[in-house]
Design a protein around this ligand. Structure first.
Ligand SMILES: [Zn+2]
Ligand SMILES: [Zn+2]
Length: 140
């Protein structure tokens, strides 16, 4: 089974957008100059790409030829809560993935498509390392 393709149209952030994303507290990802649309290829309407994820709110850039806006996605506006597993995922890993695209998005869920590569921010990398150590400690 092939995974549906992700749209992957890219957009360069302008200075204003970059500085707003840089101010998101506890950002989970390393900021980049270019974002990549995360909806399924062939989607209607605007492109959507996650700019930065904070603790309680995620900032998405929504853009098309006629609009461009940084929007927030949080518990109130809603994430897509569909869970499932990528077709090519490690069979020994049984955890379901949470879609986390903005609610009511078009097309395939994020875990059905090939992942958009993201680098965790330094603070988040430390958090992941701490969590891994904690798990190891608990298993002793
Ligand atoms: Zn797109
Ligand atoms: Zn979804």
């Amino acid at each position: 089974m092939n995974s549906p393709d992700v749209c992957a149209t890219t957009v360069a952030l302008n200075d204003d957008e970059s500085s707003r994303l840089a101010q998101v507290p506890d950002g989970a990802h390393e900021l980049t100059d270019t974002l990549q649309c995360e909806l399924q290829a062939g989607h209607p309407g605007s492109h959507m790409a996650l700019g930065q994820a904070g603790l309680e709110v995620a900032w998405w850039l929504r853009w098309s030829t006629t609009e461009r806006a940084l929007i927030t996605v949080d518990d109130e506006t809603g994430y897509c809560e569909a869970t499932g597993r990528p077709v090519d995922s490690d069979p020994s890993d049984h955890d379901d993935w949470l879609c986390q695209l903005p609610a009511e998005h078009f097309g395939a869920h994020s875990w059905q498509m090939s992942a958009v590569g993201r680098v965790p921010s330094e603070a988040n990398q430390q958090k992941l390392i701490d969590m891994a150590y904690e798990l190891m400690e608990r298993r002793r």
